[in-house]
Design a protein around this ligand. Structure first.
Ligand SMILES: [Mg+2]
Length: 372
């Protein structure tokens, strides 16, 4: 089998001059083969940048577009192709968007392999440990603290036993932060697990420590990205205080960055995003690193149904893969891009048994929002 084409599709719901949030833009990769099998992948990154990294003509041996590296190759050689892409793009890649693009391609290659062998991806990863996975729901809070009660109550009605929020105005103001956590904890009661996500906004170790102490009475399950992703020293100081579990890592790529994060930052939970960290191939290596450090791994996931499908296949085959994130986005790219999306019912998702990643794309949704 040979790769005959790599197609990059950009999608966007709002106009180009308007902000996207809640997964309102997306970039999909389709890999075509001479046997008629098509693999699907995505990355949660900047669509135009990803298109450039995949389609750019080569400059020299360490600055080659990913498509050029893949044409004519056997798509089943996933590990070898990962290395070929990593080395061949090392001048403009190695981290960040370069690895995001490789992640999208890696997911598509696993999808092809599953379809070729007619098994779900979890089978190729060594088999599934479980038939369903617990999921926690993530939402972006609205501005008025008390109005978040309605959102949280609806999630409980939908069966969620674990809830996380972050973004919006949360993280910039001490009084506001306490008010939002207080309203939501009061609404959901003590039996529901509650996490908060600061997307780095508490900025310094000292302020983050102060906030963790203030919020201790609300019994938070974890505090996510309290400080910026590169501030490893603040992570390590917070970890030492032991106030609450510290989570992070959605911005990191490759086993190299996670190794550094685990060693220096000493987080309680690492959160690689399967569409950003290097795909399924790299996620497996990161999961072994997490295990070696006695650290929990709960993947980040806030994009389309392609991400959810890939995350579920990986978690099913990962011994400690018993929790996933489930976006509460109402974007059509989250809800409708995949014809048969993973559903969260009573706080759990079922592991599908279809070949590959087990997804079918809705071509009508693609043509409606396609920007390239
Ligand atoms: Mg986060």
């Amino acid at each position: 089998m040979k790769i005959t084409d790599v197609e990059v599709i950009g999608l966007r719901v709002p106009l180009a001059n308007q902000k996207c949030e809640w997964g309102e833009d997306a970039v999909i990769v389709k890999i075509y083969t001479d046997e008629g099998i098509i693999g699907i992948g995505e990355t949660d990154s900047s669509p135009f940048v990803i298109k450039a990294i995949i389609e750019t003509p080569s400059s020299h041996d360490a600055s080659v577009g990913l498509k050029e590296l893949l044409m004519g190759e056997n798509p089943l050689d996933i590990e070898r192709l990962w290395s070929k892409m990593y080395n061949g793009s090392s001048y403009m890649g190695r981290r960040g968007a370069g690895i995001h693009a490789i992640s999208a391609i890696d997911l598509a290659l696993w999808d092809i392999a599953g379809k070729f062998y007619n098994v779900p991806v979890y089978q190729l990863l060594g088999g599934k440990f479980r038939d369903e996975i617990a999921a926690y729901g993530t939402f972006i809070p609205v501005d008025r603290p008390e109005e978040n009660r309605t959102i949280a109550a609806k999630m409980l009605e939908d069966g969620y036993k674990s809830v996380k929020f972050g973004g919006g105005k949360f993280g910039f103001n001490e009084k506001y932060d306490v008010a939002v956590v207080s309203e939501i904890r009061d609404e959901i009661g003590e039996d529901i697990t509650l996490q908060i996500d600061l997307v780095g906004r508490w900025k310094t170790y000292r302020h983050a420590l102060h906030m963790c102490q203030l919020l201790e009475k609300y019994n938070l399950n974890w505090v996510e990205e309290p400080v910026p992703a590169d501030d490893m020293i603040s992570y390590s100081k917070l970890a030492r205080t032991g106030h609450t579990k510290i989570a992070g890592g959605e911005a990191l790529t490759t086993r190299y960055e996670f190794s550094h994060f685990l060693e220096i930052g000493k987080p309680d939970i690492v959160q690689p995003d399967i569409t950003r960290c290097g795909g399924i191939t790299e996620m497996r290596k990161i999961s072994e690193l997490a295990k070696l450090n006695g650290t929990q791994l709960v993947p980040h996931g806030f994009s389309t149904g392609i991400l959810n499908a890939a995350t579920v296949q990986f978690l099913a085959a990962f011994e400690s893969g018993d929790l996933m994130e489930f976006s509460q986005s109402t974007s059509p790219l989250f809800k409708d891009l995949v014809v048969n999306p993973i559903q969260c019912i009573n706080g759990h998702v079922k592991v599908p048994d279809l070949p590959g990643l087990g997804i079918e794309l809705n071509e009508r949704v693609i043509s409606k929002y396609q920007i390239f």
